[in-house]
Design a protein around this ligand. Structure first.
Ligand code: ADP
Length: 331
């Protein structure tokens, strides 16, 4: 279990983390999401005490790490495994040798090291690739080596700092599946820091949204997805975005072709002389083609025929959204 209590980090007069409270129980994954600059990296550094928090506590298994001296802190840190966006592997060492490093530093005897490395590589599904060098592995496989290395000292907490960012969707899916397996099999508390909302739905049991150093929303994933008023929920499932302003009607707009102009929203609004509010969007490229949809809040006074025609000319199909009732949102 890891618990943050009133965790605060200031640099001079700048407060980067502002009295964060967060609890990740054993056997669960909490995602921390937030825009760039929200304080996610600082949080990761404070959790591992690589940066000393200004005040507040980091408790792992009930022990407060913030008041430990360097020696005891080094020991306590072993209970937190970390994985980063960059796998951080040593390029001249094989997968097995990379996983072995923390055990070497700890002075584990060679025979035990070999057995443990074999067990760890098996655990992350890389038993066959033990002798490969990092450049002979895919991004997802390298990240698996990183996870095996993070697990070498049997931590109870795993801190994942943007660990799937930059991976292709298939590798991301496999890393997510592995993390869930580790959560269940080893009872790990996993703190999953990311700016990628797509991954959160797949991986998290709970979500905390960080904004300007404060946790502004924190709840079990299911609650967030069921709550039509939750900003995180809307960001995770943008199709469910709904205009809450009674003067607006919710419309769904789908990309139809390849040549939708990037400024379609502003140019349509300008042409129609009405503000169009972008409530949510999920747009991606599939084999080089843009696919996706956006949800708009459209003034009720706007003639639907004009809106449909204006968007049609820009390669977009628009229809008034069927807004599901709150009951229908419950799976
Ligand atoms: P994120 O990872 O969410 O993008 P960061 O933790 O990197 O956010 O940064 C949060 C804020 O803290 C930013 O405004 C950044 O400029 C500030 N910050 C981070 N590190 C320092 C530092 N060492 N000194 C001063 N300000 C910092």
């Amino acid at each position: 279990m890891i618990e943050l209590r009133q965790l605060t980090k200031t640099y001079g007069s700048t407060t980067v983390l502002d009295r964060l409270d967060l609890l990740v129980p054993a056997g669960s994954i909490t995602a921390v999401v937030g825009p760039s600059g929200a304080g996610k990296s600082t949080l990761a550094q404070c959790v591992t005490l690589l940066t000393r928090p200004t005040s507040g506590s980091v408790l792992v298994g009930g022990q407060d790490l913030t008041h430990l001296g360097e020696g005891r802190l080094r020991e306590a840190r072993r209970r937190i495994g970390t994985i980063f966006q960059s796998d951080g592997l040593q390029t001249r060492r094989t997968a097995a040798q990379n996983v072995e490093l923390p055990l070497r530093y700890l002075g584990v005897v060679p025979r035990e090291r070999r057995a443990r490395v074999a067990e760890l590589l098996e655990r992350v599904g890389l038993a066959d690739l033990a002798g490969r060098y990092p450049h002979e592995l895919s991004g997802g496989q390298r990240q698996r080596v990183g996870i095996a290395r993070a697990l070498a000292l049997r931590p109870s907490v795993l801190l994942s700092d943007e660990a799937t960012s930059g991976l292709d969707p298939r590798s991301t899916a496999s890393i997510v599946a592995l993390l869930r397996e580790l959560r269940d099999d080893l009872g790990l508390s996993i703190l999953f820091i990311t700016h990628e909302m797509d991954t959160v739905v797949e991986v998290a049991d709970s979500v905390a949204r960080l904004e300007q150093g404060r946790i502004v929303e924190s709840a079990p994933l299911l609650d967030v997805l069921r709550d039509p008023g939750s900003p995180v929920g809307a960001a995770l499932l943008p199709r469910r975005a709904v205009a809450t302003d009674p003067r607006l009607v919710t419309w769904t707009v789908h990309y139809r072709g390849d040549d939708v102009p990037a400024d379609w929203l502003t140019s349509t609004a300008r042409e129609l002389g009405h503000d169009l509010a972008l409530l949510g969007a999920s747009v991606s490229a599939v084999t080089g083609r843009t696919v996706g949809h956006a949800t708009l809040g459209v003034p009720a006074s706007l003639d639907p025929a004009l809106l449909i025609a204006a968007l049609e000319r820009r390669g977009l199909h628009a229809r008034a959204a069927e807004v599901p009732s709150t009951l229908e949102l419950v799976p």
